[in-house]
Write a protein that binds this ligand. Structure first.
Ligand SMILES: Cc1ncc(COP(=O)(O)O)c(C=O)c1O
Length: 369
């Protein structure tokens, strides 16, 4: 006899219960399609790199595609070695994952116990509350002040129950950065048994003598892991490769929790080539940074409020008007990201998309401050 739902011994229909913590994690809901725009649309909502892969990277991917019947290695050893040479660190200090979000899950599994507290700023990267909750840990959110990390308040939020601090430098979604001196002062205040995750997803776009370098800071800090990604500056978001650098005890724990073969063959080969042609890729980063400044100046000149950015996106604190302004841009094919009641995050796109955004900004009135 076949039934459509399982029945328990008492005759009551039942299904296996997911862990209770999942009730606090929102299910993924695909973004509803934007109203059709007149011309082509531009993706300015995910902080992606507007440039397609270089021919050399594409060639590597095509070559690797001929071998997808074979598993990759459990950990991407060649990429690990190449990163070790690039950063001048021992390979045992590295951990890789399917994007840096993959490494966050490894962090949750390797370090967080139910009831542990995880301190991070808010708004910041949206994965943070999910990672904490998924592990049964307690998120402790410390509000940004004027879009910037309040490091004193974050240090004060650390209690004996705190197990980890997630720090996004520069911060997503506000684009702001605290700089080396302030960051180091904060790191020195965090107890040694609290893991600090320094999220440097936008490291390559942060052009300042005051920009921290987590691959240096971790060297004398056994409680620090620095996370970086091939998704942004290296333009490989679609292939999913990220990495972390930490002292061996933490790096090994994180490697133990990696999904075996989690970095696929195409991803590893593309990342290896991207490292080889880094200079060419960084010319593009240079152009994105120049475009970021051009857009910011133009928007400021039109009366919009725009925070200084150390990333490949801009934050406009448009408050209650955020969704309606986003809709105005979307109607013109410019797909930006609204944070209801708070602001708009606009990725720096191609020069063409950025021009369109500036032109549209002339037609939409900036919300009153
Ligand atoms: C701060 C931050 N960290 C991590 C990530 C995730 O990057 P990945 O593509 O490596 O998973 C993002 C992506 O937007 C991000 O903004």
């Amino acid at each position: 006899m076949s039934t459509t739902s399982a029945t328990s011994t008492t005759g009551v229909p039942s299904t296996p219960a997911p862990r209770a913590v999942l009730a606090g994690i929102p299910a993924y809901v695909p973004k509803p399609p934007a109203p059709p725009a007149e011309g082509p649309s531009h993706r300015l909502f995910l902080n992606e790199n507007p440039y397609p892969p270089l021919p050399s990277v594409r060639k590597t991917i095509a070559q690797a595609a001929a071998q997808t019947n074979y598993y990759p290695t459990i950990h991407p050893e060649r990429l690990t070695d190449a990163l070790a040479r690039r950063l001048d660190v021992p390979p045992e200090h590295l951990v890789t994952g399917p994007g840096s979000v993959g490494i966050y899950q490894q962090i949750g599994q390797a370090l967080l116990e139910p009831g542990d507290e995880v301190v991070y700023a808010w708004p910041s990267f949206e994965a943070y509350p999910i990672v904490a909750r998924m592990a049964g840990a307690v998120p402790v959110e410390v509000p940004l002040v004027d879009g910037v990390h309040d490091l004193d308040a974050m240090a004060s939020a650390i209690t004996p129950r705190t197990k980890a601090v997630f720090l996004c430098e520069p911060n997503n979604p506000t684009g702001t950065a605290v700089g080396t001196a302030e960051l180091e002062r904060f790191l020195d205040r965090v107890p040694g048994d609290v893991l600090i995750v320094l999220d440097e997803a936008y490291f390559e776009f942060y052009r300042s003598p005051n920009a921290p370098d987590g691959a240096e800071l971790y060297r004398d800090r056994p409680n620090l892991v620095t996370l970086r990604t091939f998704s942004k500056a290296y333009g490989l978001a679609g292939l999913r490769v990220g990495y972390g650098v930490a002292q061996p005890a933490i790096a090994e724990a994180l490697r133990k929790c990696a999904v075996p073969c989690g970095v696929g063959r195409l991803a590893e080969e593309a990342a290896l080539t991207a490292l080889r042609v880094e200079a060419e890729l960084f010319e593009r980063v240079e152009r994105i940074v120049a475009e970021r400044e051009r857009m910011r100046e133009a928007l400021l000149g039109l009366g919009w409020e725009v925070l200084p950015s150390a990333t490949n996106f801009l934050w406009l604190p448009t408050g209650e008007a955020s969704e309606s302004v986003a809709q105005e841009w979307e109607r013109r094919g410019l797909l930006v990201r609204a944070f209801p009641g708070s602001g708009l995050r606009v990725t720096v796109g191609s020069p063409e998309a950025n021009d369109l955004l500036i032109t549209a900004a002339k037609e939409i009135s900036p919300p009153a401050r």
